[in-house]
Design a binder for this molecule. Structure first.
Ligand code: G
Ligand code: G
Ligand code: NA
Ligand code: MN
Length: 253
């Protein structure tokens, strides 16, 4: 179909590029890593994922090609950053259809073979969508990632219908508290209670917690008091092109 052709052309023409949004440790200001976020550069404008990602994720072939591209580009970026002295994790978002594809782990292995030194710095971010469709296959795919030395984050944590099940069943080492909880933290006691409970569970399970969508100093301070160390959001930085991050890092702290 039209999107299929247009999207595969765009991948081939290099119109799909990654921007990176920092995750920082609020306890000491250190930079934990960067989340890779796809953008479509077309005729001088930047198309955001909200305008195409849903359609892409409906098509197994497209989401796989995107995933392969993003994994390769992220691993290459890790190598560049390591060479420049930046030990940053880089997280990639993997669509449910790709994660559940039997070829997913082959795609991972292809990339790791080309970029062995990047391996311990690469993180896979998954939403509950994959687990919702097929928990056993999701667990198998994520376990294979962990066995290879990759890190795994559960994205948009708390928005699904079985968050506690996923916490129990999936081999994650990080959870990303969805921005809707963070946005309500200062105004709604229930959001505060849910966040505090999540942090307790995470601590007992030995998981990092990242707060997404941190936009104010007050939110950051309260999160840190509650025991949430890592933050991501416009307060720290918008997503930026890779070339802009060295300058951002120099100005950070
Ligand atoms: O900042 P932003 O508008 O980039 O992200 C919007 C949504 O698009 C997020 O939910 C994010 O998970 C998704 N997204 C961003 N980049 C990618 C990607 O490379 N692959 C997939 N599958 N989803 C992505
Ligand atoms: O679904 P995922 O969490 O991967 O995507 C994150 C989305 O949230 C992206 O669209 C990203 O640009 C956006 N985002 C990142 N930081 C903030 C923030 O501080 N506030 C808001 N409103 N959106 C954010
Ligand atoms: Na994400
Ligand atoms: Mn998220």
């Amino acid at each position: 179909d039209l999107l299929q052709r247009e999207f595969l052309d765009a991948l081939e023409q290099g119109e799909l590029v990654l921007h990176y949004q920092p995750k920082v440790d609020m306890s000491n200001g250190s930079i934990w890593g960067m989340e890779a976020l796809i953008r479509w550069r077309r005729d001088g404008e930047l198309r955001m994922p909200s305008s195409f990602i849903e359609a892409v994720e409906l098509r197994a072939q497209l989401v796989r090609q995107l995933g392969r591209y993003v994994l390769e580009a992220a691993a290459m970026q890790i190598d560049h950053w390591l060479a420049a002295g930046y030990e940053w994790y880089v997280s990639v978002n993997i669509g449910a259809q790709h994660l559940l594809d039997p070829a997913f782990i082959d795609d991972v292995d292809d990339v790791l073979r080309r970029h062995p030194t990047a391996t311990p710095w690469l993180q896979i971010e998954v939403t509950e969508q994959a687990a919702l469709r097929d928990l056993v296959t999701t667990r198998r795919a994520l376990t294979a990632c962990r066995e290879r030395g990759l890190a795994v984050a559960l994205d948009d944590y708390g928005t699904g219908h079985a968050s506690l099940t996923y916490l129990q069943e999936l081999p994650a080492n990080q959870i990303k508290l969805d921005q809707r909880f963070v946005g309500r933290l200062l105004r709604e006691p229930r959001a505060l209670a849910i966040i505090a409970g999540t942090l307790t569970s995470a601590r007992l399970l030995n998981l990092d917690v990242v707060a997404e969508g941190v936009e104010s100093v007050e939110q950051g301070e309260l999160l840190l008091q509650l025991g949430c160390q890592i933050a991501q959001g416009y307060l720290i930085s918008h997503p930026l092109p890779a070339e802009a991050l060295a300058a951002w890092a120099a100005g950070w702290q």
